[in-house]
Design a protein around this ligand. Structure first.
Ligand code: NDP
Ligand code: OXD
Length: 309
């Protein structure tokens, strides 16, 4: 029995070493080295090459090295009917909350606009917003969305959230389901997307949804590029309905340099780095799940394949 790490970025050795450091009795391989395919029972993966999971005849679990699992469902050649697990980690949630807070504070104080003014040698004071006057609406109240909502509420923002099922979160007004979406949007000044990407949420940030936000609303997408219809965002920014957007995720990553987001004055970009799995923090849950797999116990942080998250 052994684990294979499959990822195409430069972190493959980091993950292999961290897993071996967490438990030196484990047999861990990088998919790039020669390894006995029939020994592999768990694959720890991040944006694996399509087809790379199909070569393991005894694979019993696919463990996402991140919170999102959309890329796994996109690979039609993956072994079906085996459990998929994902990362649930306090640093991953905390880092996301800090990122969203930073973006919202920059928006309140016009920091992005001032940076552009500085580059153009322009001195132009602008009205700023106060926390107490701003309502932040979070799409998705899961591990990341609920902590972000709670933290924003502690700072004094009016916070509301929307999810599939009903939630009770201290200091946060919650909405759920299609029927309550309109009310949620109508009173949201800053919209934060923290939904998983599934067939139900693909393209959810479109004209129909974003035009229900009040004029001058600001949009933050830190979930997946597939949630956003890029052209719809550009139109709403150019028409003046939205005051700006901050994006961390894109349909294609890295974003091609010809994409209009790069040079749009109202779009602020970060390179899918809002929150990243911390190897030291997440390794114990991966080792624990591997041991559970071996001993036939229920795995933790299981993904619901029907829901896709
Ligand atoms: P969770 O699965 O814990 O939470 C998802 C939330 O979205 C839940 O509240 C769920 O509702 C809600 N939801 C799902 N589908 C729908 C729907 N159709 N309608 C309404 N609500 C829905 O996910 P996490 O909080 O752990 O992560 C969210 C996403 O953040 C990840 O999937 C990933 O794509 C992204 N991410 C981005 C990072 C970055 O650096 N940019 C880093 C980490 C994650 P309910 O609770 O009712 O099921
Ligand atoms: C994740 C991510 O899903 O980093 O963890 O995007």
């Amino acid at each position: 029995m052994a684990i294979v790490i499959i990822r195409q970025d430069s972190k493959i050795e980091l993950w292999k070493n961290a897993l071996q450091k967490a438990d030196s009795s484990l047999k861990v391989y990088s998919y790039l080295e020669d390894h006995p395919k029939d020994e592999i029972t768990m694959a720890v993966i991040w944006k694996h090459p399509a087809g790379s999971l199909a070569v393991y005849p005894n694979l019993k679990c696919i463990a996402s090295a991140g919170a999102g699992v959309d890329y796994i469902f996109e690979d039609d050649t993956r072994p079906k009917n085996i459990p998929i697990t994902r990362i649930v980690d306090p640093f991953l949630a905390g880092d996301m909350s800090e990122h969203v807070l930073a973006v919202i504070f920059a928006h309140l104080k016009n920091l992005n606009a001032y940076k552009l003014d500085q580059v153009a040698n322009v001195w132009e004071p602008k009205d700023y917003l106060r926390i107490k006057d701003v309502t932040v609406g979070i799409l998705g109240l899961g591990e990341l969305g609920s902590l972000t909502a709670t933290d924003l509420s502690k700072y004094g923002f009016n916070v509301q959230g929307w999810s599939r099922s009903k939630k009770n979160i201290d200091g946060v007004q919650t909405f759920f389901g299609e029927d309550q979406q309109q009310k949620f949007l109508a009173s949201t000044d800053v919209l934060v997307c923290l939904l998983p990407l599934t067939p139900a949420t693909q393209g959810i940030l479109n004209t129909s949804l974003m035009s229900q936000l009040p004029k001058n609303a600001y949009v933050i997408n830190v979930a997946r590029g597939g949630h956003l219809v890029d052209e719809d965002l550009l139109e709403l920014l150019d028409s003046g309905h939205l005051s700006g957007a901050c994006l961390d995720v894109y349909h294609t990553e890295p974003l091609p340099t010809t994409h209009p987001f790069w040079n749009h004055k109202k779009v602020h970009m970060t390179p899918h780095y809002a929150s990243v799995s911390d190897t030291n923090s997440v390794m114990p849950q991966i080792v624990d799940n591997y041991k559970r797999l071996i001993s036939g116990k229920k795995l933790r942080h299981l993904v619901d394949s029907d829901k896709g998250y």
